[in-house]
Design a binder for this molecule. Structure first.
Ligand SMILES: Cc1cc2nc3c(=O)[nH]c(=O)nc-3n(C[C@H](O)[C@H](O)[C@H](O)COP(=O)(O)OP(=O)(O)OC[C@H]3O[C@@H](n4cnc5c(N)ncnc54)[C@H](O)[C@@H]3O)c2cc1C
Length: 634
């Protein structure tokens, strides 16, 4: 086992001034600002906050930010998960100290924090650092404000195995584009820190009031409410900074936000997170032999850990998972366990992928779109973002004149493509807020390079809204991977819409659950009901074309067309920051290539490379993650 590395404490400047009376540092009044770190365990930032000398008062705070509430599309399931996670940690605080809770301040962080600093005489604010672009801008605003107000800021990494900014620096400011590259860099950065001990007792809060707090525009928001379409009731969330008079500083409810109940069965919070982690760790063989490519996207019960929503909201620390797996596997080895899986398939590989994307995002401007994104290949997808002559995205987005693409996109989103595997995955996503990784592969491949040739930006937005585990690095990163825009280039490997799900479930259980109109079809036709004879359709009480859609496109013909076009885009070899992409001349050039059809006749570098890799794999008998994909029929 790697040597224990403890959390560095040098961020705490010991500059709390000694009082004149004695050598004690001046009393510290500390706000711990929770963001997506809703846990008390494995939190270097919280540990640091609690080790500030001579704490007189301590407030764990959450800023309910109107920017997040209105400016970011968030589905009901993610809202619900967030609120449950906030309630749970509030309860944890209360259990540690009856006077404590999560102090929820409703309004813009720069307004409500400033108010709290002033009213509560705050000396320090501490938070877990985020590396994504949005958080960096927000955090800098708060840092500047804190400096003006004489409040000391401490921000500590802790969300990832390694600080993505530091990994990026060690990589010369460049994004990590392969796991191998990320591993090479982090190997030199020392072992992954072990999770620290959770706090024993939380100090008392000082004042429990912020004085008169209504009448101010704490939660004012000028822009369009992007969640208006899911609000069914009145939104009263921001009426007062400290929430309802009868329950001050409480966690908002779905009803106060004007939302109806969520549909997901996935419960939020750190208790649930640890139960789930313990359950996974309780089966050492499963931990040691975990193999992502061999998990089952068709399974009704998740065949992977389903820890992602908890990791997203920080209900569990990544180091707890990492070291939990290490310990279980070591004990299993000692007992003679055999057949251990390796990176990237195993659980360590999964957590490393997350870190790899975080570093890529931290080092890539405009990671979430094509234009201006230097790691993303330019492909002339349908329904790409539209920009005006000054380079600003046109908003609200005009409907494209490519009606066919608009209709296909809508059908994909609503689970009405006529391909039961795709439809079941999309309906599960909408209803549960989570789908298996390989289900994500299937629907993303289908929408982009597989059949529809629609921009990954559109698919990513739908995931942004519906995933509970939405992550600003992993979501665009994986969409670029799946669309062969970055990270992965074997665009000729396309998931079969029937053969792929059949690999792990010939009976179509997931389809029967999420597309109940198909539930009485025999197994033979469950993934392609349009091929069933009329009599079979009648017996199943479902006429294809009436009760369930006909396939919206020809799978094979569209696949061939996509491959040919993407090959042309690879030949053109432009990325999102190329002058031709920025000035709009790339599109006609690529369209001309499609019309000539020339490039597609020759084998591309990727295809030739793939042939070489395949030969090597055959020689070595080695099954990599990609090798596994190759095995399935396309
Ligand atoms: C198109 C697409 C979009 C995705 N969007 C997101 C997203 O917004 N947020 C997100 O957390 N994951 C995303 N993923 C990655 C992955 O699908 C999920 O992390 C995983 O399915 C979560 O389930 P789990 O916790 O059971 O995973 P497990 O297999 O049990 O893995 C454990 C943890 O490792 C991490 N992880 C595993 N695979 C990946 C991966 N490929 N990329 C990044 N992290 C990974 C996650 O934190 C996950 O919880 C996306 C994948 C695709 C193909």
């Amino acid at each position: 086992m790697a040597p224990r590395r403890t959390v560095k404490q040098e961020h705490i400047k010991q500059e709390s001034k000694p009082s004149l009376m004695d050598s004690q540092p001046a009393p510290a009044r500390v706000i711990y600002w929770h963001r997506t770190d809703l846990r008390l365990t494995d939190s270097p930032a919280l540990t640091t906050a609690l080790s500030i000398p001579n704490i007189e008062s301590f407030w764990p705070v959450w800023c309910f930010d109107p920017e997040y509430v209105y400016r970011h599309r968030v589905g009901l399931n993610r809202w619900n998960f967030l609120l449950e996670s906030m309630e749970t940690i509030s309860g944890e605080y209360k259990r540690s100290n009856g006077d404590q809770k999560l102090w929820v301040l409703r309004g813009r962080p720069e307004l409500v924090l400033k108010r709290a600093w002033k009213e509560w005489g705050v000396t320090h604010i501490v938070w877990e650092k985020d590396s994504n672009a949005y958080s960096k801008v927000r955090d800098q605003r708060i840092k500047d404000l804190a400096q003006e107000c004489g409040v000391q800021v401490i921000d500590m990494p802790g969300r990832h195995l390694y600080d993505p900014d530091e990994v990026g620096k060690a990589n010369g400011g460049k994004p990590t584009m392969t796991l191998h590259q990320w591993q090479g860099i982090t190997k030199k950065m020392g072992p992954i820190a072990e999770p620290g001990q959770p706090p024993e007792r939380i100090p008392d809060p000082g004042s429990k009031s912020l004085g008169v707090d209504d009448g101010e525009a704490w939660g004012s928001y000028e822009g369009e409410d992007l969640n208006a379409h899911i609000r069914t009731g009145q939104d009263t969330c921001f009426e007062r900074l400290s929430g309802p008079l009868e329950d001050p500083f409480s966690v908002p409810t779905m009803a106060q936000l004007g939302f109806p109940p969520a549909t997901t069965t996935i419960r939020g919070g750190t208790i649930e997170a640890h139960l789930r982690l313990d359950l996974f760790l309780s089966n050492p063989t499963a931990v040691a032999t975990f193999s992502k490519p061999h998990s089952e996207p068709t399974s009704l019960e998740p065949s992977t850990t389903l820890l992602s929503p908890y990791i997203k909201f920080g209900c569990v620390g990544v180091r707890e998972i990492w070291w939990g797996c290490q310990r279980v596997i070591e004990a299993w080895r000692k007992k003679g366990g055999k057949g251990e899986t390796k990176e990237p398939e195993n659980m360590f590989g999964q957590l490393e992928f997350r870190d790899m994307y975080a570093c890529a995002e931290a080092c890539t401007p405009h990671f979430e779109r094509i234009r201006g994104n230097h790691v993303c290949r330019y492909i002339d997808w349908a329904l790409s973002n539209q920009y005006d002559s000054t380079g600003h995205e046109i908003s609200p987005r005009p409907r494209s004149d490519n009606e066919e693409a608009e209709e296909r996109f809508e059908a994909w989103r609503e689970g009405k493509t006529g391909f039961p595997w795709i439809d079941a995955c999309m309906r599960q996503l909408k209803s549960e807020g989570w789908i298996h990784h390989l289900a994500r592969h299937s629907v993303a491949c289908f929408l982009t390079r597989g059949q529809c040739y629609i921009s990954w930006e559109r698919g990513m937005e739908v995931f942004d809204e519906w995933l509970i585990d939405w992550d600003p690095a992993s979501n665009p990163g994986n969409w670029m991977w799946l669309s062969c825009s970055a990270f992965f280039s074997q665009y000729f490997r396309v998931y079969g819409l029937v053969s792929w799900p059949q690999r792990t479930d010939k009976t179509g259980a997931l389809v029967r659950k999420y597309c109940p109109e198909l539930k009485d079809f025999p197994d033979k036709y469950i993934y392609a009901p349009h091929l069933a004879p009329q009599a079979v359709q009648e017996k199943a009480n479902c006429i294809i074309g009436t009760d369930y859609p006909l396939p919206m496109l020809d799978e094979q013909a569209c696949k061939d067309l996509c491959i040919a076009r993407i090959k042309n885009a690879y030949t053109l070899a432009l990325h999102g920051d190329a002058p031709e992409v920025l000035d709009g001349s790339a599109e006609p050039r690529l369209k001309a290539l499609h019309e000539e059809g020339g490039a597609s006749k020759e084998k591309s570098g990727e295809e030739r490379g793939e042939e070489r890799r395949e030969k090597r794999r055959k020689r070595n008998g080695n099954e990599s993650l990609d090798g596994f994909f190759k095995k399935q029929k396309t």
